[in-house]
Design a binder for this molecule. Structure first.
Ligand SMILES: [Zn+2]
Length: 360
């Protein structure tokens, strides 16, 4: 798979939480070529499986397909769209941004999050952020009726308008929704590599509704009941003047030690480190209490599932334009592949029973 093409097609597809149809269609198309069977759970996560009936350690990959955005809450009497945020965002990154709305008939209308002109704004207003409730989308309609006639009504999806762009350093790309379409790309690349190489059951899940609360991961895991799970998501890159984290763009796959709802399985982290050293895959670490990933629900499923999150550093997470390094996406895919190939019953039991540093 070509990393750049895959990233572009995944990231440009509009799909906020609960309206993941377009990214799911792309995931399904790729999964169909790599899986013995592809199915969808009751909520809408899509799952491809290789070697379903084989014995051995059942491994699950998970990456979420939804992106942050809004739902139309109210079409006001002037035709402005009042907005319900889906996923966490800061109003600072929203004012004046181009966003699009998808009407019921599938047509896309361009809009902009209205921003008051700075001219004459009192100092105290300029110095604070606007309340999320005061934001609205201006789609250039001249009346409420005109908006309704276009098929736009409460519940319609409002999503960032961010086209995939290569940057000065050719390894770096900018787009909306790279959280977590970059993870979707990484798991597909690994799943493709492992086709015919791993002989035990391997599942690749595109999960839904991660942003509002890791919901699709729960049902996908119920369907799969894996022995071991690797979620792949993005994490804040600390290499900008504005952010603080221990990982950086281009530094490789991030082992996420802790976030707001998961502490990675210690044995699995040690295993990942050993494998990365053996295969010379670049890794780095994040200990970042903000945010969460699908692992937050996966590790608590059933009797407890061995889980960790492998992350892709991202700049400007949950804004309308994020930046990642394609090299990091590939490093994540390599690490996931190598961890799968190194897994067997003995190793798994060793991890379950506690990792000892002097074991190989
Ligand atoms: Zn994410």
């Amino acid at each position: 798979m070509n990393t750049e093409r895959l990233l572009q097609e995944l990231a440009e597809a509009p799909g906020i939480s609960s309206i993941e149809d377009e990214p799911r269609k792309i995931m399904r198309m790729h999964l169909q070529q790599l899986s013995d069977r592809v199915y969808q759970d009751g909520l809408g996560s899509v799952i491809g499986v290789q070697n379903e009936d084989a014995d051995g350690i059942k491994i699950q990959f998970a990456a979420h397909m939804d992106e942050v955005g809004f739902m139309v809450k109210i079409v006001d009497e002037h035709g402005y769209l009042r907005l319900q945020p889906i996923g966490s965002m800061w109003t600072h990154v929203l004012l004046g941004q181009r966003m699009d709305v998808k009407a019921d008939n599938g047509r896309i209308y361009a809009g902009v999050i209205g921003s008051p002109a700075s001219h004459g704004l009192p100092k105290e207003v300029k110095e604070r952020t606007m309340a999320m409730n005061d934001l609205y989308l201006d789609i250039g309609a001249s009346s409420q009726l005109q908006v309704y006639k276009a098929g736009i009504r409460p519940g319609c999806m409002v999503f960032p308008h961010g086209l995939f762009t290569k940057m000065l350093d050719n390894d770096r790309v900018m787009c909306k929704a790279l959280d977590d379409r970059a993870g979707c790309a990484a798991e597909l690349i690994a799943f493709e590599y492992l086709h015919g190489r791993y002989n035990a059951p391997l599942y690749c899940a595109g999960t839904i509704q991660e942003e509002p609360g890791l919901r699709g991961a729960r049902t996908a895991t119920d369907v799969i009941h894996p022995d071991l799970s690797l979620a792949v998501d993005t994490t804040v890159a600390g290499d900008t003047p504005a952010d603080h984290n221990t990982c950086r763009l281009g530094g490789g796959a991030v082992l996420s030690m802790i976030d707001s709802n998961t502490i990675a399985h210690r044995g699995l982290i040690r295993y990942a480190e050993t494998i990365a050293a053996e295969k010379k895959i670049p890794i780095q670490y994040a200990v970042f209490k903000g945010g969460g990933t699908d692992s937050g629900n996966i590790h608590k499923s059933f009797e407890g599932i061995l889980s960790m999150t492998i992350s892709i550093p991202i700049r400007y997470m949950h804004s309308m334009q994020s930046i990642i390094s394609m090299h990091d996406v590939e490093a994540c895919a390599e690490l996931m592949s190598a961890m799968v190939l190194g897994m067997n019953q003995t190793k798994y039991k060793q991890l379950l029973n506690g990792w000892e540093d002097d074991d190989d």
